[in-house]
Design a protein around this ligand. Sequence first.
Ligand code: GRG
Length: 400
Amino acid sequence: MAQHPKDVVITDEHPKSLLFEKHAEYIVGYSKKKNDFEYTMTEHFRMSGIYWGITAIDLLGQLDSMDSGEIIAFIKSCQDTTSGGVAPSLNHDPHILYTLSAVQILTILDSLDTLDIEGIVKYIASLQKSDGSFAGDKWGEVDTRFSFCAVACLALLKRLDAINVDKAIEFVMCCQNVDGGFGTRPGSESHAGQIYCCVGLLSITGRLHLVNADLLGWWLCERQLPSGGLNGRPEKLPDVCYSWWVLASLTMLGRLHWINADKMKTFIFATQIQQAFGDKAMGTTDKAVVQLLQRCHTLVESEARSGRPSTSRNEIITNQLRTLIMQDHQIIIRELADEDPETGGFTDRPGDVVDLYHTLFGLAGLSLLGEESLKMINPVFCMPQYTLDRIKVSAQVLST
Ligand code: GRG
């Protein structure tokens, strides 16, 4: 088959199976290296970082290796006593994204009583607007991601009565496009991440019948490229995180079997870090520099959509940042390669740098595909299924 112009090549050198132990080492190690450059630079989305790490390590069956006491104390210190919302870290503003992450972590750790639950309920209800949409925080940006966060969070707390659920559904349905997908707001382009949020909201509220499952299922399975990887919308590169956003949506719609699971697994396995990051691979050829620049460009632009706040919209600063990120990536890659040529974790696509975000969604995608060495994941809440069974929370999934 001819190579897709926006795809990657998977070679014999890429890993072909799950580097199980390496991933556990990577996640536990990450939480302990608090003075590392990467740890410091992720402070502004720390709460979600902890959620990605805790969920991933639980899928690997090694939750006990995390310091749950330290995490619980940290979360408690991040709840804003005035608004009731939870901040990503100390001295940051509360936001609905991190409020959901905090509730997810505490549900996994069976410690929800750590938080002022009424404060959280009040905070989320205060963010709903008259058209049913949700702002992410007091500054008012509206996005279907925040609708999902609100409904998922309240469902976990069993307090959906605190918002107008019918209006929330009405708003999400206004964001549906003719291709069957959903965007951030009415009229905006369909994107797999937003589709997950909208389908997830409809699943939690038992309204999946409002979706044209065949049309949307078709759009979603068309995201699979010849490499086996999935992109988030047409003409874009594959990224392992879509093995969550797309596969979870297809699972809710009862159409997971519409993608090629073997090719999908090949792609996900290939996004695990490996020896190719040694000095030889890091030769600073023009091609490598161009690739890194392209990658940094994508990273900066991804921030807003992925829930990781954008660093700056100023083009000059953004360009300077790209250069810096490029240099830092080279240093990190070299350090990783020197320390251990087979460090764990997942990258967005083969040949890039690992992070916790892609590590969770790589593992979560494999769990959806039935990887037996991993715990089963819930396709709606992106949490280990047993944690939802424990609190007796379920959501609608269409039959195949
Ligand atoms: C509990 C799992 C969970 C989620 C909470 C925040 C959130 C709810 C969902 C985010 C869904 C989303 C929008 C995911 C997409 C993330 C991403 C990789 C965005 C990149 O966007 P672009 O446009 O990249 O930069 P593409 O791949 O389109 O080139």
